[in-house]
Design a protein around this ligand. Structure first.
Ligand code: CA
Length: 227
């Protein structure tokens, strides 16, 4: 079964999510607090995607996300945010989340987001080689990135963006291209998700993230890999 962690303290929302996940062939693993979420992750190491509510009775969802990421770069993380938390989206994504869904959300929207992350986490692609460019070495067999021989920890989404860039050196890629390739065509999210993930990726791979030299911005269009 494809397990998904559902961390949500409001039982009505949690059961809504659980019912819909079951309908879509997932096995929801429920948690009401941050502590329960950590316990469930320990008990079920095969959970590949986690849905994290932000407002919780103990620690908030961003902190949960940060702690999960500290030891697990592979799991896909989606934050469940309320409209009033709009401003927190960027914060949440910078702590290591891959995506966010704003409440109220439709079951179809939520499932599409989970499907997209599950595909990444499952490592569906068959690539089995290496992409080398400048100081970077991307191993598509074990999905790792090295810069000057030093391993850089990437989330699945960040890895997919790097792969797309390194397969298309010097080519300007539109934000739509990046979104469609990395998240999938059935993805409902805004283009801003691309910008936020690229900002985070730059923090990891650029010598000076304020003056990006590897991932450059193509104004009004998208991004380019090239130096
Ligand atoms: Ca809540």
């Amino acid at each position: 079964m494809k397990k998904v962690l559902v961390l949500e303290d409001e039982s009505s929302i949690r059961s809504f999510v659980v019912i819909n996940l079951k309908r879509s062939g997932y096995e929801p693993i429920e948690a009401e607090t941050g502590e329960q979420a950590f316990e469930q992750l320990k008990k079920h190491p095969d959970i590949k995607v986690a849905l994290l509510d932000v407002m919780l009775p103990d620690i908030d969802g961003f902190e949960v996300c940060r702690r999960i990421r500290a030891s697990n770069s592979k799991i896909g993380i989606i934050m469940l945010t309320a409209k009033s938390q709009e401003m927190d989206k960027v914060t949440g994504l910078m702590t290591g989340a891959d995506d966010y869904v704003t409440k109220p959300f439709s079951p179809a929207e939520l499932t599409a987001r989970i499907d997209a992350l599950y595909r990444r986490a499952g490592g569906d692609e068959l690539g089995n080689g290496e992409l080398v460019h400048g100081p970077f070495r991307l191993n598509t067999r074990n999905r790792t990135l090295e810069k000057n021989g030093v391993r850089i920890k990437l989330t699945q989404i960040e890895y997919s963006i790097m792969k797309l860039f390194m397969e298309n050196p010097g080519k300007a890629l539109s934000r739509e291209d990046i979104r469609n390739t990395v998240w999938g065509r059935d993805y409902f999210g805004e283009l801003k998700i691309v910008d936020v993930n690229i900002r985070r990726l730059r923090l990891k791979i650029e010598d000076d993230p304020t003056m990006p030299a590897y991932i450059t911005t193509v104004w009004g269009y998208g991004y380019k890999w090239g130096f």
